[in-house]
Write a protein of this length. Structure first.
Length: 195
């Protein structure tokens, strides 16, 4: 065994050099591993008693009767109330979906509702300040409202600012009476925008 080790390590000078390198590696690796200290701390966080915003249905759009082959108006009115929490400091993204397009397409060739985000006086509260068309071909509209546009803790509204529909002819509708739906179903989603 001694001969094998002597053969690997070679002469005495080579042995001393290899042992010195191994010793240096052992000492310096210990220095790197133990040359720091740590501590911990906790952030100060207060749990809220509500979500950042609430959405409630507030349907004030008047009902209508859709005759076959008829084009009619959809009157203005509220769809939803949005209430940001009183201490919420951020911006909001509001998505409004026409969620039963598949059922409506049995009864209607066209539905168009102009959607807007507004305060009680009808003033726009979204960053763009425009109405957006919610249709059978465009089943979602999105708005962003900055915290400078609304007052936290105060309701604002998703509103229909008028619209139009056209039902299929009665000759067609009478053959699909068990299919589809007459009433548009609308969903409102409120998300945090930014940080």
């Amino acid at each position: 065994m001694k001969n094998i080790i002597s053969g690997i390590l070679g002469n005495t000078l080579r042995r001393y050099l290899i042992m010195a390198l191994a010793g240096t590696l052992a000492v310096t690796s210990g220095m790197f591993a133990y040359a720091y200290t740590t501590t911990t701390t906790n952030l100060s966080v207060t749990g809220a008693s509500s979500s950042f915003a609430d959405v409630t249905a507030n349907m004030t759009v008047p009902s209508f009767t859709a005759f076959g082959g008829y084009r009619g108006a959809i009157s203005a009115g509220n769809l939803f109330n949005i209430t940001p929490a009183a201490s919420y400091p951020g911006d909001l993204e509001i998505n409004v979906y026409l969620n039963n397009i598949d059922d409506l397409s049995y009864k209607y060739g066209m539905i168009l509702m102009n959607i807007k985000i507004a305060d009680n006086a009808g003033n726009f509260l979204d960053a763009e300040g425009i109405t957006k068309p919610l249709t059978l071909q465009n089943g979602v509209v999105s708005f962003v409202s900055t915290s400078s546009n609304f007052t936290a803790g105060t309701d604002f509204y998703v509103q229909v600012d008028g619209g139009v529909y056209r039902a299929f002819p009665w000759a067609y509708l009478s053959g699909v009476t068990g299919s589809g739906a007459w009433a548009p179903s609308i969903t409102c989603e409120v998300l945090q925008a930014g940080l």
